[in-house]
Design a protein around this ligand. Structure first.
Ligand code: ZN
Ligand code: ZN
Length: 234
């Protein structure tokens, strides 16, 4: 839980406003040691090789350690991610709950919310689908970071308190077994210390990140430090 690192920052390769160079300059100005370059991909994204090359080139000009990451949404309970082919040179995949990864595919949170309200979907089944898809997304040769874990819950009318502790324990055990990571997201203000405790106990690395889409917010923490304090207090 290193506050001198920001492991989730977008650039102009996807929907960030700052270039990779501008993001690095912001990280240098704050004295960060590590910057996680992360951009959104989908199955039809064709710029990954150019992106890998750009991050590689940027490494020569800075003392900040750069991670070359991409962010992809969880698709369904098989753990499939919305990833393009040919991702050589990528050293972290951020698995994100941008839609609800149900058994029959990614579903818009509004639809899930309506189906829960209408009694057509059991919230426990939805939460289990999120936990299962996340757990199954972890078993890959690349490093996987669980991105803004459970940020989808408020959009479907649920909270982290609705997630059963044994489900979190299982996911944390799988993250430990596969050697993967989880982040605390400044932008999404999640997950909570209570959600992260099983991960901490199992020795899963916890990264601080802002999910910045502009250079000015890189490495600036408030929520993350609060959660870190809570976790360190035991
Ligand atoms: Zn995201
Ligand atoms: Zn992001």
């Amino acid at each position: 839980m290193n506050p001198l690192a920001d492991l989730h920052v977008h650039s102009t390769f996807s929907d960030g406003r700052g270039t990779i160079e501008e993001n690095i300059a912001a990280a240098e100005a704050l004295g960060l040691g590590t910057l996680g370059c992360v951009d959104h991909v989908r199955v039809d994204t064709d710029w990954v090789p150019a992106y890998v090359e750009a991050v590689q080139r940027a490494r020569d000009g800075t003392a900040v350690e750069l991670r070359c990451g991409i962010e992809a949404k969880l698709l369904d309970t098989t753990g499939a991610l919305d990833l393009p082919g040919g991702i050589d040179g990528i050293d972290a995949i951020y698995a994100a709950d941008h839609q609800v990864p149900l058994a029959d595919g990614p579903t818009h949170p509004r639809e899930v919310r309506e189906r829960i309200a209408g009694g057509d979907l059991d919230p426990a089944v939805v939460i289990d689908a999120i936990l299962t898809s996340t757990a199954r997304a972890l078993d890959r040769p690349q490093r996987v970071v669980i991105a803004h874990f459970l940020s989808i819950l408020p959009k479907i009318g649920l909270t982290e308190a609705d997630v059963p502790p044994e489900g979190l324990e299982r996911l944390a055990a799988e993250a430990a077994r596969t050697g993967q990571e989880i982040e605390i997201s400044e932008r999404w203000r999640c997950p909570s210390a209570a959600t992260l405790r099983p991960f901490l106990r199992q020795g899963v690395p916890i990264a601080l990140s802002t999910d910045s889409h502009k250079s000015e917010t890189i490495g600036r923490y408030d929520y993350c430090l609060e959660v870190r304090r809570e976790l360190q207090a035991g």
